[in-house]
Design a protein around this ligand. Structure first.
Ligand code: EPU
Length: 323
């Protein structure tokens, strides 16, 4: 019996070969029998299934365990890749561990967070990582990656760049026991009354996300569909001369622009293909308003990419992965 693969875009996706594993031994046993290609999935919140019948085999980590060990001023928390990311953030806030609170309510699992280097409100998961324990499907062995080997960058990592070679088993995070907050992004500081606490920051982030982003339980989406593009200083200077109000941020290798703003300002917000559309409250998010097919969403993304490129000369790259 084919198994339905949950995905927040709400697309039909069925796998004939679906395996769940909790540790390296179980995964190795599954892989030995599994037809290729091999696709590990977390919460399905960053995937666009291009066809209802998923080729090869799909794997899901069910390890939601955690253990903590305290050091001087910090705590290391070793978390199973299958724990929901927001359960991990809640665990940190409840225990007064500092660092993950700005990443509240991001959908997906801990393993995917370490692959994707999820980020929001000035924080990134990669900067909390102390090590990542994976199964190397090429060598057929477990392996540990330390931060200098993870190649963390904006929404990228060695794991993301290596195809599906590494399946995450555990992520070890290092969090601070000493109160410190990062509230400089947008209006986060302004939405907190009095002295910040971890719970107040978490509540403010959740309220901001709920006001701007669709609830995947209600309307299908995969969060930001595109990455924010990084352009050269020269390209930016030419664009800024034409669009002085263009949002921009310093970035490695140039200047980061806001894809949401580019999509909005190039007049794409009203674009639709079938039931696929652009979310009214945030242009970076493509939504499935009912029965959109993968082809509808792909076509809409292509139309938006072409329009933004024709207006601004900047080519958007998807953040969502099509499989
Ligand atoms: N903007 C518009 N029109 C829009 C949407 C945004 O003009 O329809 C402008 C905003 O006014 C703002 C700028 O674009 O000046 C940036 O918008 P925002 O602060 O909402 O953040 P973002 O860059 O669009 C990123 C992440 C989000 C994350 C937010 C908040 C990426 C691809 N996306 O969005 O992550 O929640 O910052 O930190 O980096 C996700 O990855 O799925 C995701 C939701």
């Amino acid at each position: 019996m084919p198994v339905r693969i949950p995905n927040t875009l709400g697309l039909d996706a069925f796998a004939d070969n679906y395996y769940e594993y909790a540790d390296a031994g179980q995964l190795a046993a599954c892989l030995a029998a599994a037809p290729k290609p091999w696709l590990p999935v977390g919460g399905g919140s960053n995937l666009l299934f291009s066809k209802p019948a998923v080729e090869g085999s799909v794997f899901h980590c069910t390890d939601t365990s955690w253990e903590a060990s305290r050091g001087n001023g910090y705590v290391r928390v070793r978390v199973g890749a299958g724990m929901r990311w927001d359960d991990f953030v809640k665990l940190c806030v409840d225990n007064e561990w500092y660092g993950a609170e700005n990443l509240s309510l991001i959908p997906g699992d801990v393993g995917a967070a370490a692959v994707q280097n999820i980020g929001a409100y000035g924080a990134e998961a990669g900067s909390l990582v102390s090590s990542v324990e994976v199964y190397d499907t090429v060598e057929g062995l477990p392996r540990v990656f330390f931060p200098d080997e993870c190649e963390y960058a904006y929404r990228s990592s060695i794991f993301k760049k290596s195809g599906k070679r590494y399946f995450v088993l555990k992520v070890v995070f290092k969090l601070s026991l000493i109160p410190s907050f990062s509230l400089n992004y947008g209006n986060l500081a302004g939405s907190i009354e009095g002295e910040p606490t971890l719970q107040k920051v978490r509540d403010a982030v959740i309220a901001t996300r709920q006001a701007k982003l669709p609830d995947p339980e209600v309307i299908g989406s995969a969060g930001s569909f595109f990455m924010n593009p990084v352009v050269s200083e020269e390209t930016f200077a030419a664009l800024q001369a034409r669009y002085p109000d263009m949002p921009h941020y310093p970035a490695a290798g140039g200047v980061k622009l806001s894809a949401g703003w580019l999509i909005d300002r190039s007049g794409c917000k009203s674009m639709t293909v079938g039931d696929a559309g652009v979310y009214e409250k945030h242009a970076l998010i493509l939504v499935n308003r009912g029965h959109a097919t993968a082809a509808d969403i792909i076509r809409l993304a292509e139309d938006i990419t072409a329009k933004v490129e024709s207006v601004f000369g900047v080519r958007l790259q998807p953040e969502v992965e099509t499989v």
